[in-house]
Design a protein around this ligand. Structure first.
Ligand code: ADP
Length: 616
């Protein structure tokens, strides 16, 4: 298209009629190929208007809310390069000449803006202005505006041409706007769809998790029922056999052995469930103490020796490299971790060896203590390794686990205990070949404790501490409560009988009552008659007056008599409740016959010593 920089084709610088037609023809053809709003408005400004030889032109579009006009394309000084608009402004509908056109839909051709108060100076002050509405379906959607430095510049032909261009472009602009609106709606819808899909995924996941939890709970209950009923049946059965009499000495000793073993198993099971409850309520306390490293590990391993021997497995223990003689850590947790791992190794191995290796690495004032437990057992599929530590989950199919008892709690507890000690657990395993569980726990090492290379090899027994090397049987128990007077409050008859037997066997004189109320009366009488008991054992759950209330009364009457709480609840908060009720110590049920009297005596002596120190 020939540029019409020169408008002097006719009188008064008018554009010749055929040039109009050329421009409109060209404009219409070009617009036909354009689809985006940007292309359409810039085509109006740069192609059509520039061809007219106007000094300036701005295309305005109405905002979505219909209150303002924004500049979307320009020709002349407002457009320094490309599709840039210099100093872009917005004009409120109704303001200025452009705003008036938007509001009324009327063409405005101002011959001399000095006489029109509505004129707004944008980039330059110019003398004449032509503004025409871009309308669609009778509604203004924008304004085409041009200014000129000469007064009286715009002629009727310009008005016609401008109006025609606006009319030709309006449908295309509206279509592009509609497409833009549609695209933004589609984008919103897509976002909403993604959000919905995400929510659906989350819902599906929580439903699956709830289903898995429910399945795990059902399995757990079924398992638990079995786990509890099996040893209970043995306990009740052997107890009845023993009670019936008439058996040989050898038979009786076998039955007694069964009774003890099953009771111990039940006790461990309850211990695990309580530990898990503590873990799940977010409470795992760490009690650090200075301990002999090798003896602590050896003691824990030896707990499983009898079980390993019963399956004809070799239980092999060794140490590697230099080890600190003593470390600071939580002994009970460390031993539970080792017992759980070795117990599993024995449980899931039919033949071969279970090996435990102890090693340590210096790290400043710490020792990174590692205990590796290896077995030649059934092994674990790689895909199942991540499920090992999930509570109540057993990772083998029931066929493979046939006859192997378990609740799926041991490794979950192990994992949490190792975490509580700031350590880590690593597992390697091959199905059918065996597994290796390694726990590494950072332990403190006191300055004066030496490291030694002395190899402790199989049998590890020589490092056993004397207290756990051989646990004394009931008949061998020292008469550790000789000369003691103990008052105990216990409402359960069998437990009262058990306590009575254990305490009198240990040499104590015993007074028994069935609840806190009768206990209080007895206690008052005993104090008044000058035979105050040396110690009180208090069951906490009793009718009429429970142990918590009774303890308060006892203490008000005689502060110095120590009270040991006997509780079936072993959670931290239960223990705290006992202590804040005034008890000086607690023992959790089930009590262990072999060590009960000894524990009572140890506590009593410690209590007296402390009292003596306090008084001196
Ligand atoms: P439990 O032994 O009571 O089932 P654990 O939490 O101790 O529970 O172990 C979870 C599961 O991990 C077990 O049921 C068993 O499938 C698998 N497992 C644990 N230790 C071993 C091991 N040493 N060898 C093979 N499988 C093991």
């Amino acid at each position: 298209m020939a540029a019409l920089q020169d408008r002097g084709n006719g009188p008064d610088g008018q554009i010749a009629r055929h040039r109009y037609l050329d421009i409109l023809h060209e404009f219409t053809l070009r617009q036909t190929g354009l689809t985006t709003l940007d292309d359409i408005v810039w085509n109006i400004a740069k192609t059509a208007i520039a061809e007219l030889g106007f000094e300036d032109c701005v295309v305005y579009l109405l905002s979505e809310d219909g209150f303002t006009l924004r500049q979307v394309a320009a020709h002349g000084p407002k457009n320094p390069v490309d599709r840039e608009i210099y100093n872009e402004i917005t004009i409120p509908v109704g303001e200025g000449i452009v705003g008036h056109v938007a509001k009324t839909g009327e063409v405005q051709c101002i011959a001399d803006v000095r006489l029109d108060a509505r004129y707004i100076t944008d980039d330059h002050f110019r003398l004449s202005e032509l503004a025409v509405p871009i309308t669609h379906a009778g509604r203004v959607i924008g304004v085409l505006d041009s200014e000129h430095s000469r007064a009286n510049f715009f002629k009727d032909e310009d008005v016609h041409l401008f109006t025609t261009i606006a009319a030709l472009a309006s449908t295309r602009i509206e279509t592009a706007l509609a497409v833009q609106r549609l695209e933004s709606t589609v984008e919103h819808l897509q976002k909403a769809r993604l959000q919905l899909e995400q929510q659906a995924d989350e819902l599906r996941e929580s439903r699956l998790a709830a289903e898995a939890a429910s399945i795990a709970k059902t399995n757990f209950l079924a398992n638990m029922s079995h786990e509890i009923r099996t040893p209970m049946t043995a306990i009740v059965g052997f107890a009845e056999l023993l009670a019936n009499g008439g058996a040989t000495g050898e038979q009786q000793s076998v039955w007694r052995g069964q009774l003890t073993r099953n009771a111990d198993y039940l006790k461990d099971l309850i211990g695990n469930i309580l530990d898990m409850a503590a873990v799940e309520s977010g409470f795992v306390s760490v009690q650090e103490e200075q301990i002999g490293l090798q003896s602590t590990v050896a003691d824990a391993v030896e707990v499983l020796r009898a079980r390993a021997e019963a399956k004809a497995l070799t239980l092999h223990c060794s140490s590697r490299g230099s080890l600190p003689a003593e470390v600071i850590t939580d002994r009970v947790k460390l031993q539970e971790i080792i017992v759980n791992l070795v117990s599993n190794a024995v449980k899931y191995t039919e033949s071969g060896t279970v090996g435990v290796t102890l090693s340590a690495e210096r790290q400043g004032s710490l020792a990174q203590v590692s205990v590796a437990v290896r077995d030649t057992g059934i092994g674990i599929d790689q895909s199942q390794l991540s499920n090992l530590f999930v509570p109540f989950s057993r990772v083998h199919d029931t066929e493979r686990l046939a006859g192997i008892e378990g609740t799926g709690l041991g490794l979950a507890l192990t994992y949490h205990f190792v975490e509580a000690l700031n350590g880590r657990t690593v597992v390697t395993s091959r199905l059918g070949e065996g597994s290796e569980f390694t726990v590494t726990i950072p332990c403190g090492v006191p300055d004066d404790v030496p490291w030694s290379d002395e190899a402790i090899s199989n049998p590890f027994l020589r490092s056993l501490s004397p207290s756990t090397a051989v646990e004394p049987s009931l008949s061998e128990q020292p008469q550790s409560l000789e000369g003691f007077h103990i008052l105990f409050c216990e409402d359960s008859e069998p437990i009262a009988l058990l306590l009575h037997t254990l305490l009198t066997k240990a040499g104590a004189r015993v007074t028994h009552c069935l609840n806190g109320m009768t206990g209080l009366q007895l206690f008052e009488d005993l104090v008044a008659s000058g035979s105050t008991p040396d110690l009180v054992l208090m069951d906490m759950q009793m009718p009429v007056m429970d142990g918590y209330q009774a303890t308060g009364h006892f203490k008000r009457l005689q502060q110095s008599v120590p009270i040991i709480a006997l509780t079936a609840f072993a959670l931290k908060e239960d223990v705290e409740r006992c202590l804040s009720a005034g008890c000086d110590h607690y023992l959790t049920k089930p009590i262990h016959a072999a060590t009960f009297a000894k524990k009572v005596r140890e506590f009593h002596d410690g209590y007296r010593e402390q009292l003596g120190r306090g008084n001196s």
